[in-house]
Design a protein around this ligand. Structure first.
Ligand SMILES: Cc1cc2nc3c(=O)[nH]c(=O)nc-3n(C[C@H](O)[C@H](O)[C@H](O)COP(=O)(O)O)c2cc1C
Ligand SMILES: [Fe+2]
Ligand SMILES: [Fe+2]
Length: 401
């Protein structure tokens, strides 16, 4: 792996992860993810964020460090913006190689260094506004709690105006040899935008209030480059990713896109027949919509589409006197990820006595959703029922304008 020069004596050194292992043990990353570290050299050398031993990451970073004239052994300060193991899992091995480096984190971060890695030596607590003099170069720390772990901070390099923003402004998607926003085509940007939304919806969405607070706190800084711990480094247009994250944070307060996220599951196609009628209605009104089938597609994708959309269609049959189980899982994830303030149409088929309705109504109590009248039918939908379903699709589409 190469070292990517951001400014004088400042490099992005990163590892591309290609792995079948789910991110955080839950989210699929079919197109990978990058783990970004940053090397800052004054008279002393700082490394910002580490890696876990995943998909050859230590070797990749080691090669990049070597290209920048550094090594794990030559690091004087290891700055840990947050302690999640994707950025710290390799800390024990780092320590074995470099017993002298000072490990820097917030007070809560240092506690996690101790509890996760049983490390007691060479630890330094920093707090909001503290500075680290590297000799001819200065780093400043800003506590940005709960984006997304409680101990999170961001680090700012005053000389270059680079903000090392930890998971904030991050994205899924491996980088493949380029890191800067101006090195990717429009098509590649739209890929990272989709993966960035999925990353936000999956990992950050429950913490949007803290994202807004963090961004507000950094407002006074002259940010010339946003350097997150996953994904693109934004040197040409750092405002673009900040504005995008503000937009995503707004989704958590109901400032969503006028679109419809359709999420469905079906055993034998009866529910799908009804759903097709709803979709005809949505299309007749020209409303934008997305479709995800569960469990065929991972909930990660449905979550991203639901997060940004003003309205949802949830289509599922009754299964053993209750909801089709994959949809129960979807609703559970939605509650955990604060997918609130939506207008929702639920539809589905049942065979003998139903049951999805009852469980559904209990499941959505905590979700602050506005339900439009739901529609159930037995077996295959009749022509009359299909007409009603189409009309429901139209009404939903009109409601989001
Ligand atoms: C495993 C299984 C469990 C079912 N449980 C119920 C049930 O508890 N109550 C009910 O009314 N119908 C039940 N049904 C019938 C389905 O709800 C019915 O066939 C429905 O039309 C299926 O819709 P689909 O074709 O979209 O999968 C069950 C069907 C299957 C295969
Ligand atoms: Fe994290
Ligand atoms: Fe991370």
């Amino acid at each position: 792996m190469k070292a990517h020069k951001i400014a004088d004596s400042l490099f992005c050194v990163y590892a591309d992860i290609a792995s079948d292992e789910l991110f955080e043990g839950i989210w699929p990353i079919p197109r990978g993810v990058s783990l970004n570290s940053y090397l800052v050299k004054g008279e002393k050398t700082a490394l910002i964020d580490l890696i876990r031993d995943w998909s050859g990451a230590p070797r990749q970073i080691e090669e990049a460090l070597a290209e920048a004239g550094a090594s794990f052994e030559s690091v004087d300060y290891l700055i840990l913006n947050h302690l999640e193991p994707d950025h710290t899992g390799w800390l024990g091995e780092f320590r074995r190689r470099n017993p002298g480096a000072e490990i820097i984190a917030t007070a809560k971060g240092i506690n996690l260094v101790k509890s996760f890695y049983k490390e007691e030596r060479g630890l330094k607590v920093v707090k909001d506004g503290d500075k680290l003099d590297l000799g001819g170069r200065e780093l400043v720390f800003f506590e940005t709690p709960n984006i997304h772990w409680p101990e999170t901070m961001m680090t700012y390099d005053s000389a270059s105006g680079t903000l090392f923003s930890c998971d904030g402004f991050g994205s899924f998607g491996a980088l493949g040899g380029r890191v800067f926003d101006d090195e990717f085509s429009a098509e590649e940007h739209s890929f990272y935008e989709r993966e960035g939304l999925r990353y936000y919806a999956n990992i950050v969405s429950s913490f949007s209030a803290f994202v807004e607070r963090g961004i507000q706190k950094l407002e006074a800084l002259d940010i010339k480059c946003v350097a997150p711990s996953h994904g693109i480094v934004w040197r040409k247009n750092p405002r673009a990713i900040i504005e995008r994250y503000l937009k995503y944070a707004g989704y958590s307060r109901g400032k969503t896109e006028p679109s419809i996220a359709v999420i469905w599951g079906s055993m034998y196609g009866n529910t799908k027949q009804g759903l097709d009628a709803v979709i005809r209605g949505i299309e007749a009104e020209g409303a934008p919509y997305t479709v995800n089938r569960v469990p065929d597609e991972d909930v990660s994708y449905a979550l991203a589409n639901a997060f940004q959309s003003r309205a949802l269609v949830l289509a599922m049959p009754t299964y053993e006197y209750a909801m089709f189980p994959p949809m129960a899982y979807v609703l559970d994830i939605f509650r955990r990820k604060h997918i609130f303030d939506k207008t929702v149409l639920r539809i589905g088929s049942w065979g003998w006595v139903g049951g999805a309705k009852k469980e559904y109504e209990a499941a959505i109590e905590a979700l602050r959703w506005e339900s439009v009248p739901s529609m159930e039918w037995t077996g295959a939908p009749t022509i009359q029922e299909l007409l009603v379903l189409e009309e429901r699709g139209k009404e939903l589409a009109r409601s989001i304008r």
